[in-house]
Design a protein around this ligand. Structure first.
Ligand SMILES: [Fe+2]
Length: 229
């Protein structure tokens, strides 16, 4: 399987283009509107047929490129059924599967950062969105976030994957590209196995984070798949 990671520096977002090398069917995870040209150039250069646009959640820190990609390709957008993005074509829930050629992609509902967060598992890789970051996790103080739910998503879903599963998150703010489940179980400063649920909830309830600067533009746009005036 072909995987290309893209980095958008303003929101420190990672997006991922995946392609089945036999069928040339491809999907993109969490594309960012301002990087549209990069994705289109890459899709053309590898001769891919973009089939799906997968959102791990409705983002508050950037506008998705989903709407523009849909106007330029045949791709259908995929979101969890609990989102308010009624513009999507496919609404998924935990355990759903879809395919690029023979390669299956499994949707894992991992709520907590938002109530509709989904991770995508593909052959030894998991794309965790903001549920599990490298040595961290997404905040839980807006978009129906819930620290207890996030802890349970990580422990009951992500940490049950094999330790060598590569973790590809939606963000990293320190330049790290990927991690793996075994490393995060041992070393994640919020979620490592020695940290109990109560401690985690305490940590999350005292983060004292700033109101996200893009949220008032990003959320309404992303509920329309990133359609902007
Ligand atoms: Fe997020």
């Amino acid at each position: 399987m072909y995987i290309k990671q893209f980095f958008e520096p303003k929101s420190c977002t990672y997006s991922y283009l995946l392609m089945c090398e036999e069928s040339k069917e491809a999907l993109i995870i969490d594309p960012v509107q301002c990087d549209l040209d990069k994705y289109i150039n890459e899709i053309k250069s590898i001769n891919a047929h973009l089939k799906y646009i997968c959102e791990t959640h409705i983002h508050a820190d950037h506008i998705t490129a989903s709407y523009l990609l849909k106007t330029l390709t045949q791709a259908k957008s995929i979101v969890h059924k609990n989102t308010e993005a009624k513009c999507a074509e496919i609404f998924i829930t935990d355990g759903d599967q879809f395919y690029l050629g023979e390669i299956s992609i499994h949707a894992l509902a991992t709520p907590g950062h938002t109530n509709a967060c989904t991770s995508y598992y593909v052959k030894g890789y998991v794309f965790t969105g903001d549920t599990l970051l490298i040595n961290g996790c997404g905040r839980t103080d807006f978009q129906e976030g819930c620290a207890e739910q996030l802890y349970e998503s990580v422990y009951n879903k992500l940490f049950t994957l094999p330790d060598d599963t590569i973790v590809y998150p939606a963000h990293d703010y320190k330049g790290k590209l990927s991690s793996n489940i075994g490393y995060e179980k041992k070393n994640n400063s919020r979620l490592a196995l020695h940290i109990k649920k109560d401690q985690f909830i305490q940590i999350m309830n005292h983060l004292d984070l700033r109101y996200p600067s893009q949220i008032d533009q990003a959320l309404p746009a992303n509920k329309l798949c990133g359609k902007t005036p």
